[in-house]
Write a protein that binds this ligand. Sequence first.
Ligand SMILES: NC(=O)c1ccc[n+]([C@@H]2O[C@H](COP(=O)([O-])OP(=O)(O)OC[C@H]3O[C@@H](n4cnc5c(N)ncnc54)[C@H](OP(=O)(O)O)[C@@H]3O)[C@@H](O)[C@H]2O)c1
Length: 283
Amino acid sequence: MDTDVFRGQVAIVTGASSGIGKSLALLLARQGAKVALAARRADRLEEVAAGCRSRGGEALVVPTDVSDEAQCKTLVEKTVATFGRLDMLVNNAGLAVIARLEDYSNLDLFKHTMSVNFYGAVYCTYYALPHLIRSRGRIVAVSSLGGKAPLPYNSPYIASKYAMHGFFDTLRIEMMKYGVSVTIICPFWVVTGFHEAQMDKDGVPKGPGGRAIYTEKMMTAERCAEVALQAAYKRKRELLMGPGHLAAWFRLLAPGLMDRFVIDFLKTTVRRQQENQGEKVEV
Ligand SMILES: NC(=O)c1ccc[n+]([C@@H]2O[C@H](COP(=O)([O-])OP(=O)(O)OC[C@H]3O[C@@H](n4cnc5c(N)ncnc54)[C@H](OP(=O)(O)O)[C@@H]3O)[C@@H](O)[C@H]2O)c1
């Protein structure tokens, strides 16, 4: 997507150290935007900042753990202090844990997932709101198809994404009178660091084995960023990727059948993972 609409505009991207967030930041920079980059890994953010500058944009690195409200406030304050305004907030930071609820030894990882995926977006949005109202800006929430349909072994992740939809769908209505748009992005699978970072019930990341579910047809982070930014530019309500529309309608019309389909989908995925990895996973 090439448009001048973001030239000179100021955007915050959370989860900018990797994957979709990194691609969004680089794309915004290519279009002449000033981008505040937030995530925990400062070294990765510095690399992304260099990429932004080499593409003609400006970049500010603000190491941030979005599960900490005070750090989200600081992120917004530093951005506005540096660039003088805020036109877009992209709530993209996210993670997942793969386990059945009955297998967790306590709820710490469940709460952590909600803190990052849901409360992180709430904190950043709350502190950015006065600035976005002033600029008649844009709010982008990177959810998932998991925000539209359930997936076993993913209860904290799915709960956090469903919560995002409730929050941002409501906020969209509240923001109408100010001309601030709210766009919810629901990717299907995208090739990023996400599946490597996915944790088991004990908080251990899957590592490179997490990529065993990938196929050649899977969307790249660059393509995902491109269509997401296009939707934000057009101030769309929601963008469903992959089989998103089908899943949404299927769930509405035949929820019981959809539940059984989801189990089959999961079995197929696990089978592919086992074939690619020689690993035994119980479904
Ligand atoms: N990849 C997919 O298949 C897929 C599908 C649907 C939806 N999504 C959504 O897309 C979004 C981006 O994920 P991705 O696929 O690009 O995965 P990724 O490559 O793993 O990126 C996740 C980003 O979130 C950041 N993050 C994690 N915990 C954080 C915290 N506490 N504070 C601040 N930043 C934090 C990570 O940075 P640090 O580790 O440096 O903090 C990283 O930059 C997520 O919300 C995810 O749910 C992904």
